[in-house]
Design a protein around this ligand. Structure first.
Ligand code: SF4
Ligand code: SF4
Ligand code: SF4
Length: 497
């Protein structure tokens, strides 16, 4: 039954007006523009509209509930969750939206324990203090800004998700930078909703990972269940992989057992060392993605391809991409391809570069980029291994100014929002460090072992092990905090983590 048969447009518009929801009103008014753009068909459009309608209703139910209480704290939120049969983390996600829309003033009551460069300060959550704002809702609509504000403030990580979900296809990420066709933009704000650099409620992301209603504070590496050091036993992968080949082996297993139809990752484009997104359709194509790529790549942009609808998908990506996917699970906007992502395979990431910066690094090493066979970051140095077998290196300190500006404010080294996180730090050469974060990730890893696809050891049995990973992850968090604070002092927009 079509939407017209279920509800009249006039009825829907009156609901949007009653909710004072500009977001819903825009989606209704721009129906034809959305269908003409061809990204979503009519039933998908209706799916998005009704999902947003449900979310808006629940958000305003919470707002009115808070407005009618004289004192609002964690107990109030727990009570609201019980009354509405939702998890506390769902209520907290709505609370975050109300805060972003400036409908409430939200204060966290915490205990702070100061840290040093390698040990970030510890924050221990105590309670919330919530006050509702009396300004009429219709006067407060900043949340509906398109992500141009993120591009303009140079904090876009280039993950590509906004471009994938834009209902009128007016957004592109190229070479790590975004552009909006403002004539086409309908200001629906869906891009703002999914972007990890607008607001990213880390505590809710972590609660969702752990499926817990307990509010905890996670340090350094986010929640994980187990940690291992591992390497592949699949010959074709071991012959070409950079470290232990575990991310490729995960895809190999998932394709083999029909657990996924497609996988999204990055492959090298025709320009050597400039990657581009790829949709992998079978396990033979996995080899195209082998090797670490240091140039930013908007993998998630490819999620808008039509043949991805109704398919089971795995995504391999860096931490900011895992954050974007997990955020879109929490703030579900009803986009089919996002809901079909069954596996988040996260890669460790310290920083990324533009292609032009990578050329400059090669210039510094007096080497043509086309002669580079492998690149690596290890022991504080950037290595280029040439086709002639030479090993060239430069201390990271000397090239850190060439890294992307947005990476300075990135707090996540270890892909805290993935099902399973994979990298090289902490394990010996030729092995991967693997952090199992969710039950889904745990089941996948166990199947790799059961199917004799990998060699696995507890991380405690290898050197340098978790202490090194924790140290570097903690230092990335401290540095990102410093950058965020200095941007705040300069009145530059920063993500609301
Ligand atoms: S750019 Fe953003 S606000 Fe504009 S139409 Fe696309 S998703 Fe909506
Ligand atoms: S961080 Fe991702 S979602 Fe946000 S603006 Fe950049 S590409 Fe778009
Ligand atoms: S450092 Fe962070 S923002 Fe930069 S590419 Fe890596 S995960 Fe993304």
């Amino acid at each position: 039954m079509s939407l017209e048969e279920k509800f009249s447009w006039e009825y829907l518009k009156s609901v949007a007006d009653a909710l004072d929801s500009y977001r819903i009103r825009v989606l209704i008014d721009a129906k034809q523009d959305i269908l003409d753009a061809g990204i979503y068909d009519e039933s998908q459009y209706e799916g998005i509209l009704f999902k947003m309608l449900d979310e808006e209703k629940l958000k305003y139910t919470l707002f009115n509930y808070l407005k009618n209480n004289s004192k609002n704290d964690l107990k109030t939120l727990t009570k609201f969750s019980e009354l509405n049969f939702i998890n506390l983390s769902k209520t907290l996600s709505l609370l975050e939206l109300l805060k972003n829309e400036k409908l409430i003033i939200l204060e966290e009551i915490v205990d702070k324990i100061e840290g040093d460069e390698n040990t970030p300060e510890k924050i221990i959550f105590k309670d919330y203090s919530i006050k509702t704002n009396d300004v009429p809702i219709s006067k407060l609509k900043p949340i509906y800004e398109p992500v141009k504000v993120i591009f303009d403030s140079k904090i876009c990580s280039g993950c590509g998700l906004c471009a994938a979900i834009c209902p009128v296809n007016c957004l592109r990420i190229y070479n790590g930078f975004g552009k909006i066709d403002e004539d086409k933009c309908i200001r629906c704000g869906l891009c703002y909703f999914v972007c990890p650099r607008t607001y990213l409620p880390m505590r809710i992301l972590n609660m969702t990972q752990e499926k817990t209603s307990e509010i905890k504070d996670y340090q350094k590496m986010g929640p994980f269940l187990e940690a291992f050091s591992a390497r592949t036993k699949v010959k074709e992968i071991s012959e070409i992989c950079q470290d232990g080949g575990i991310s490729s082996t995960c895809l190999h297993y998932l394709f083999d057992k029909n657990e996924i139809d497609l996988a999204i990752g990055a492959k090298m484009s025709n320009t050597l060392w400039r990657p581009e997104p790829i949709v992998l359709k079978n396990k033979d194509e996995i080899l195209l993605t082998a090797g670490t790529k240091y140039v930013n790549n908007p993998n998630l942009q490819i999620l808008n391809q039509k043949d991805l609808k109704n398919k089971k998908i795995a995504v391999v990506g860096v931490p900011c991409q895992m954050q974007a996917i997990l955020k879109s699970k929490i703030y579900d906007i009803g986009v089919p391809s996002l809901n079909n992502i069954n596996y988040r395979i996260g890669i460790f990431c310290m920083e990324s570069f533009s292609y032009e910066s990578l050329l400059k690094i090669c210039e510094k090493l007096n080497e043509d980029i086309n002669n580079a066979e492998k690149m690596d970051i290890n022991k504080g140095k950037f290595f280029v291994y040439t086709k002639k077998g030479e090993e060239l290196s430069v201390p990271i300190k000397e090239i850190s100014h060439l890294a992307r500006e947005d990476c300075e404010i990135c707090y996540d080294l270890t892909s805290e929002s993935a099902d399973i996180s994979i990298g090289s730090i902490g394990s010996p050469s030729g092995w991967n460090t693997v952090l199992i974060r969710t039950e889904n990730g745990k089941k996948l890893y166990e199947e790799l072992i059961n199917n004799n696809l990998i060699e696995s050891k507890p991380i405690t049995e290898v050197k340098p092990g978790l202490p090194l990973l924790q140290k570097i992850a903690g230092s990335k968090k401290s540095k990102s905090k410093k950058h965020i604070n200095s941007k705040k002092e300069e009145n530059v927009r920063v993500p609301n983590y």
